[in-house]
Design a protein around this ligand. Structure first.
Ligand SMILES: [Zn+2]
Ligand SMILES: [Zn+2]
Length: 356
């Protein structure tokens, strides 16, 4: 680390010394810039928040309506203590942003979580990731191992549709579990709503409203209590957070086919550990080639890796001739809104290569 770094590690979180603010702090601070409203990045207790205007509704719903929140449009610049700050699309969830800071002729970008996969294979439910030129790029690396390569989303949705259709023909509901913020809406935007009715958990419905208000088209979604003809449930796709698994909430659907949608489903054994019929590999994070492409597109000479398999990515970056290091952060996808399967250590993951 250098004395004049624009963003440094502190016990509270990533800190910009000349601007005197934190980015996604994990301990309460005076000024917090929030990349997106997932629980591991947007925490309670900060005195002042800055985030994208699009994420305002979700942030207030999660952190309290009375938080002190200043919002910016994507690309809008403010000057704070001589630091120019702007927010740029990250393609991860509604309103998600990368933070660009410019001071004394240098530009740093902190990515937050972002989604980049095959060329053109963008997240349809939010503004796609936009590369921002910078001198130093702080990148997430949740899936920063060569085994993580996402198939085209269309292929994954074809698999989900085929599974739902087959269940519907047998008169069985299809319970598909995924994070209520982000994953659920991607599922909804990607499935063929002609197969049958779509029922969602209340946690998902609240977020659907935020997406629709932001102009993101989603198919009609019913609350379970709105369905009076119980026969309809037998053809339904049910989208709910992972916490419903094995709960009384699920039992009203009889004996549904069940599945889990997550990037972790690429790991062999992850589906079995979850105890579900099917695992669909669908992530809101960049895969290994996506991370590489996103990093290279910034033109950064220096890269700092966080939030995942730092060591493997740092080694790869150094092999490309870049200056690379890592920050220890306390972002944790466990905190999104339910438990994700534990990420295994790289050695174990390699042994499990092949997926299912
Ligand atoms: Zn996130
Ligand atoms: Zn995260």
């Amino acid at each position: 680390m250098h004395a004049d770094d624009l963003i440094v590690e502190r016990p509270e979180g990533l800190y910009c010394p000349p601007g005197d603010f934190y980015i996604d702090p994990w301990r309460p601070v005076a000024r917090a810039v929030i990349t997106h409203a997932h629980g591991d990045h947007a925490r309670t207790g900060n005195q002042h928040y800055l985030a994208t205007a699009i994420s305002e509704g979700v942030l207030r719903a999660r952190l309290g309506a009375d938080i002190t929140l200043q919002t910016l449009a994507y690309g809008e610049t403010i000057d704070h203590h001589g630091v120019k700050l702007s927010l740029h699309p990250a393609g991860h969830v509604l309103g998600s942003a990368q933070v660009r800071v410019e001071h004394a002729g240098r530009v740093w970008v902190a990515s937050g979580d972002y989604f980049v996969s095959g060329p053109g294979d963008d997240n349809a439910t939010c503004a796609p990731f936009e590369p921002v030129r910078c001198d130093c790029f702080i990148t997430e690396s949740t899936f920063g191992l060569p085994i993580y390569r996402w198939r085209p989303q269309r292929d994954v949705f074809d698999d989900i549709n085929a599974w739902w259709r087959a269940n519907a023909q047998e008169g069985r509901a299809s319970l598909l579990m995924g994070y209520s913020f982000g994953k659920a809406q991607r599922i909804l935007a990607g499935v063929d709503a002609g197969i049958g009715p779509i029922v969602v958990h209340g946690a998902v419905q609240t977020l659907n409203r935020a997406y629709r208000e932001a102009g993101v088209p989603l198919p009609d979604t019913l609350n379970v209590n709105d369905v009076s003809d119980k026969n309809l449930l037998k053809r339904a796709l049910v989208v709910a957070p992972p916490s419903v698994h094995g709960s009384a909430w699920v039992r009203r659907f009889g004996d549904p086919g069940d599945a889990f949608a997550s990037g972790w489903m690429q790991l062999r054994g992850a589906r079995r550990r979850r105890g579900v019929d099917r695992g669909f590999v669908l992530s809101d994070h960049a895969d290994w080639p996506g991370l590489q492409r996103a990093i290279m597109a910034t033109g950064a000479e220096r890269v700092i890796v966080t939030h995942g398999y730092e060591a493997v990515m740092v080694r790869w970056l150094q092999e490309q001739g870049l200056q690379a290091g890592s920050f220890h952060t306390e972002y944790d996808d466990e905190r999104h809104d339910a438990q994700e399967p534990q990420a295994t250590e790289p050695a174990t993951v390699q042994a499990e290569e092949g997926g299912e």
